[in-house]
Design a protein around this ligand. Structure first.
Ligand SMILES: NC(=O)c1ccc[n+]([C@@H]2O[C@H](COP(=O)([O-])OP(=O)(O)OC[C@H]3O[C@@H](n4cnc5c(N)ncnc54)[C@H](OP(=O)(O)O)[C@@H]3O)[C@@H](O)[C@H]2O)c1
Length: 292
């Protein structure tokens, strides 16, 4: 029998937070717990999840559950639904926060890594939202907080695929926010500028100018603002005056200026600040030339 059917207790509400073991997601977990929400934390690394769940539960006295899964797969999203049922919970708030970033020349990035960006940043967001939104609408309560980026407001050379997923997320989230108006459900997207987390180092972009020169926000400051304004139902959450200027200002900047400026900020650099140049690629027709 299904675990939920075994229990006579009605399921209890929970906030599902993806990518909750580190960076922004970890601070969003604190923020939701601080306000009394039961949590289901999601990421791949089980030991990190267990550690985060234990710490958050001890700090705020709320039940904290976790599901270890890879959200780039449909089975990973199935696992989230199963974990809620096993713990007698339903998804009241969904925070689509997990994402990966790769940086550099598109032709040099691994094909699998590029597809993972699309699968995690976009496909899993749509998949999880499609699974949980009907229940939210039926209950007339709850919401989805989508963690996007200011990179979603412009083309970003060297982060082209990541920025495209963030642009799609903003467009999709705003459209859904309109669709659910009047149902009692909130669909919001937060678009941070650079935040102090490991995501840049993991992508090898820690020496890019956007990391060195653009003021970085602390993740707890962002998480507090995102939670507060999610509860208010703001469709697009921009925190920090510079992020507001960038997100609004880029609409008025022509592409011939905007895209090179964006490229100047996001070009990958080595530790000495030198530009990383593209690797030479041999013409495919020339690959076997001279072997005979
Ligand atoms: N940091 C910034 O400057 C910045 C700026 C703007 C927007 N954002 C956005 O903010 C969000 C969080 O970024 P962050 O900087 O906090 O990232 P982060 O520190 O790299 O953390 C990423 C989280 O996602 C999890 N994760 C990665 N791949 C996963 C997968 N396949 N399935 C499930 N979970 C996975 C990671 O845990 P496991 O590795 O254990 O799976 C980790 O908990 C992202 O949406 C990012 O695009 C960040």
């Amino acid at each position: 029998m299904h675990p939920v059917q075994e229990s006579r207790e009605p399921p209890k509400p929970a906030a599902v937070i993806t990518g909750a073991t580190q960076g922004i997601g970890r601070f969003l977990a604190d923020e939701f717990a601080k306000h009394g929400h039961t949590l289901l934390l999601v990421a791949r690394n089980e030991a990190h999840l267990a550690d985060a769940a234990k710490t958050v539960a001890a700090s705020y006295g709320v039940p904290v559950h976790y599901a270890a899964c890879d959200l780039t797969t449909g089975e990973g999203c199935d696992r989230v639904v199963k974990a809620l049922a096993e713990n007698g919970l339903y998804c009241e708030s969904l925070v689509n926060n997990a994402a990966v970033l790769t940086a550099g020349f598109f032709q040099e990035q691994e094909r699998e890594a590029l597809l993972s960006i699309v699968d995690l940043n976009l496909r899993a967001t749509i998949d999880l939202t499609r699974r949980f939104l009907p229940g939210m609408i039926a209950r007339g309560a709850g919401g989805v907080l989508n963690v996007s980026s200011v990179e979603g407001f412009m083309p970003v050379p060297y982060h082209a695929t990541y920025a495209a997923t963030k642009a799609a997320m903003i467009s999709w989230s705003r459209a859904l926010a309109y669709e659910v108006m009047g149902t009692g459900v909130r669909i919001c997207t937060v678009a941070p500028g650079p935040v102090v987390t490991d995501i840049h180092a993991k992508a090898g972009s820690e020496n890019s100018r956007y990391v060195r020169y653009y003021p970085q926000m602390e993740p707890d400051v962002l998480a507090e603002a995102a939670y507060r304004r999610f509860m208010r139902g703001n469709w697009v959450i921009l925190e920090g005056w510079l992020n507001k200027i960038v997100a609004i200002g880029v609409r008025f900047v022509p592409g011939f200026f905007l895209i090179p400026a964006s490229g100047w900020f996001f070009h990958v650099r080595d530790a000495d600040g030198n530009l990383v140049e593209p690797k030479p690629i041999r013409h495919p027709d020339m690959a076997d030339h001279g072997k005979e």
